[in-house]
Design a protein around this ligand. Structure first.
Ligand code: NAI
Length: 780
């Protein structure tokens, strides 16, 4: 081609990056890898191939982990953990800093190897993945340094089992390993079977950095190895991948006491308003859905366009699609690389082939011969319920529909089981910031997309999983409180025989939607005091009452939009009304539990209400120092509807210690009262009735918690469940929560001192809020 011909077409020339260094590194390992356990590579076991998806060439053979390998890795991590934690924050900071420096030093090698193993364009691995990996290690070197000062009451969890996917192989490794190591944990990590190589190169770097043996262990293999890691004696499981596997992990770890974070799938809306800078919005879409061939959990894969500009916008988008260059991922001038594996290519192909709805447009650019390539595709004119608008395609396929009003945009955007990210494109900041909190998403980008940083938490709601990675909130999930743990004792209710002298028979009702309600089943049960005296009857709530309470709580959603100031006033008012009946409650507590601690319990309860009234308007969000010109607002928002199995012990204080922080933060609650001592809760209904708490904000159910745990935790419209009741309920709740992957907070048999600091504090604030990061870039 002559220079004048190039000017004619304005086409780019090829600018290939050399694979030589990466191939030399593979060759230095003789093309065959074992696992990295206890600071050394094991000899290769039974191996499988990892291929370059752009060419189909075999790059290397890696070992399929066995139970023995996983056991050895976990044992090495367990041995190394106490020393690593005791070494202190500064020692860990130095180690993380060394890793960051080495990642920087070898960044080109990492980028090339990543591109060869995964198929992503070198431009992306070189300019996005690897720099973000380095940033993560630097950032967490800082976290390690600051931990003792900033988190003086927290310590490491222990050994973390981490399973990661193939779409950002090294970046996901960094997101998992950096915070774990910073906080004094050791890890056993499994990279995805399609993309194990950069994790193995990272193992080399760990050796070079002189990381103590056993702190990082890497075991390769397929999902079966992932399952072994999840089942192993680890203290935490951190998983990123598909929602189906995430759900399985939730079920299999239920009741085990293992901490769990899940970063799962998404079908994130990308909303373009008529006042948007349309060209920028088109360019944003290139980053939203054609970045990494659309194999991005937070990809803006669902395009919602304001009707007045839809035709114009689609025309510009199609023109831009035609200009996208597909080709060898090692070529620095291509935009779209290869799909990770033929299996994923088949998934994408069959999902699109199965669709008959809407109009499909395929980019005109040439498709490279051979290799796993799929052309950028746009499908317009879909209905929100069409399969492709609901299912994660995980490929370069954008699906779209139009909307007429902002309210409709929100409704369509939220019409999904996922809730990872969302993008809003509008020049009207007032509109954008009004919409942002109304979207079911853990991350919202305004006039930009796919922005991520170590300082800002990343993670979703609904079936996109729970927990955050990055920022302070990401760290929290790698730590636990210091101090000895006490085992929880199950408390049995007192038994008695027949009525007592106190003659007025009273059956306390349930409290649903601001009204006292008879239980659906019509059953009641007696409650006896320590001496066997009959104290009264309670209603036995069942599945239908749970459903009614959830409905009532949903109808009270206005509570989540109230101000902290208003919620504080109502909490103070509850305290005031409780104080007015201090003696009655004290007597009731003494009658139910025996002993004389009632007065003290009421006093502590009133003080606790003051604490949460105080917090209602003080748990502020943050503005993160992310490296973009703009702000990343971390907004603390209510979780929604929280079901709470209140503790058996401290029947009034426990109830209020759960209810008050939840409603202070704007949640609506369904409280299952102390099972052995339920009458404090039913008496409390009268306090609620006189305290201006809007109907449905607090709902109270009585009866065996075992009957309520499953319907509450399995209910698709409940956003979180806390379980402070009997030991066995932890497992029931965690297992049933897999239905919609709701957040859970369970005691796992650990006793909590309700009257002390443990009965209040930040853990409750964190459990009662969801952090939404809203990115607003500004300027030119
Ligand atoms: P996957 O969820 O099966 O794999 C992710 C990781 O989990 C891999 O390391 C895999 O070996 C491991 N794994 C598989 N089964 C496991 C089990 N039972 N227990 C523990 N670990 C297990 O994802 P896959 O099959 O590679 O991709 C399928 C679909 O999942 C994609 O089409 C996409 O829709 C979604 N996906 C979402 C990702 C995200 O970042 N949210 C990442 C990868 C896939």
């Amino acid at each position: 081609m002559t220079v004048s011909e190039i000017f004619e077409t304005m086409d780019y020339g090829a600018a290939p990056e050399s694979p030589d260094q990466a191939l030399a590194w593979v060759a230095a390992h003789k093309g065959k890898f074992g696992h990295y356990i206890n600071g050394a590579f094991t000899g290769p076991g039974k191996t499988f191939e990892t291929r370059n998806p752009a060419t189909g060439e075999v790059l290397a053979r890696v070992s399929q982990g066995t139970q023995k390998d996983v056991d050895a890795a976990v044992a090495a991590a367990r041995r190394a953990q106490p020393g690593w934690e005791k070494a202190g924050g500064h020692a860990r900071a130095k180690a993380l800093y060394a890793l960051a420096r080495l990642l920087q030093k070898h960044s080109r090698l990492f980028a090339v190897l990543e591109t060869m193993d995964n198929g992503k364009p070198i431009r992306e691995s070189r300019d996005i993945d690897i720099p973000l990996v380095q940033r993560h290690f630097y950032f967490h070197a800082g976290m390690a340094q600051l931990m003792e000062d900033e988190l003086p009451d927290r310590r490491a969890l222990g050994v973390c089992g981490q399973v990661i996917p193939w779409n950002f192989p090294l970046l996901m490794l960094a997101w998992k390993i950096a915070p774990a190591l910073a906080t004094g944990n050791t890890v056993v990590l499994k990279p995805a079977e399609y993309t194990p190589l950069t994790a193995l190169l990272f193992a080399d770097i760990c050796r070079e950095a002189g990381l103590p043996e056993g702190v990082v262990n890497i075991v390769t293999g397929n999902g079966a190895v992932g399952e072994m890691i999840v089942a192993a004696e680890v203290d935490k499981v951190a998983f990123t991948g598909s929602t189906a596997v995430g759900r399985k992990i939730r079920e299999s770890t239920a009741g085990s006491g293992k901490a769990l974070t899940l970063e799962l799938g998404g079908k994130s809306p990308y909303i373009v308003f008529d006042d948007a800078d349309l060209d920028s919005a088109v360019e944003g879409l290139v980053d939203a859905i054609w970045f990494n061939q659309g194999q991005v959990c937070c990809a803006g894969s669902r395009l919602l366009v304001h009707e007045p500009v839809a035709d114009a916008f689609y025309a510009r988008l199609r023109a831009r699609m035609d200009k996208l260059r597909l080709g060898s991922p090692l070529d620095k001038s291509i935009d779209v690389g290869a799909i990770v594996d033929p299996v994923q290519l088949r998934t994408i192909t069959s999902l699109v082939a199965g669709n008959t709805a809407g109009d499909t447009y395929v980019a005109k650019g040439a498709l490279p011969a051979g290799g796993c390539f799929y052309p950028p595709t746009l499908i317009t004119g879909l209905n929100p319920a069409d399969t492709l608008m609901q299912e994660e395609i995980f490929g370069p396929v954008l699906v779209s529909c139009t909307f007429r009003t902002p309210a409709e945009a929100i409704a369509i955007a939220n019409n999904t089981r996922y809730g990872l990210a969302a993008t809003i494109w509008s020049e009207n900041i007032n509109l954008a910031l009004d919409i942002a909190p109304k979207l079911a998403a853990g991350i919202v980008w305004v006039n930009g997309t796919n922005m991520m940083d170590a300082a800002a938490g990343f993670g979703g709601v609904r079936e996109s999983g729970f927990g955050r990675e990055g920022g302070w909130e990401g760290l929290a999930s790698y730590t636990r409180p210091k101090g000895k743990e006490k085992a929880l004792k199950n408390i049995a209710p007192f038994e008695g025989s027949g009525p007592s002298g106190d003659s007025v028979d009273r059956t306390a009702k349930l409290y649903i939607g601001g009204k006292q309600a008879r239980p659906d089943g019509g059953y009641s049960a007696p409650v006896h005091g320590k001496s066997g005296t009959l104290l009264g009857h309670i209603s036995l709530a069942a599945r239908k009452d749970v459903r009614n309470a959830v409905e009532a709580a949903h109808a009270a959603k206005g509570w989540s939009g109230t101000t902290g100031h208003l919620r504080a006033q109502i909490l103070y008012y509850i305290a005031e009304n409780l104080a007015a009946r201090r003696d009655d409650f004290a007597r009731r507590l003494n009658d139910m539990q025996g002993g004389k601690s009632g007065e003290k319990e009421v006093g502590t309860t009133i003080s606790r209400l003051f604490t949460w009234a105080a917090w209602a308007d003080k748990y502020d969000g943050q503005i993160h120092g992310v490296p973009v010109r703009g702000v990343a607002l971390a907004m603390k928002e209510p979780v929604g509807v929280i079901g709470i199995l209140c503790p058996s012990e401290a029947p009034l204080l426990g109830l209020i210690s759960c209810m008050a922080p939840a409603i202070a933060m704007g949640n609506r609650v369904i409280l299952s009262a102390s099972e052995p001592f339920p009458l404090a809760a039913t008496d409390f209904i009268q306090v609620l009735e006189t305290s201006d708490v809007p109907a449905g904000v607090v709902n109270i159910l009585t009866g065996p918690q075992a009957d309520l745990a499953k319907p509450l935790a399995g209910h698709m419209d409940v956003d979180a469940v806390w379980s402070f009741g009997k030991v066995a309920l932890s497992e029931t709740v965690e297992k049933a929560s897999a239905s919609n992957l709701k957040r859970t907070w369970v005691n796992n048999g650990r006793a909590r001192d309700w009257s002390g600091a443990e009965g209040q504090g930040r853990a409750f604030l964190e459990a009662a809020t969801e952090i939404r990061n809203i990115w607003v870039p500004y300027g030119e």
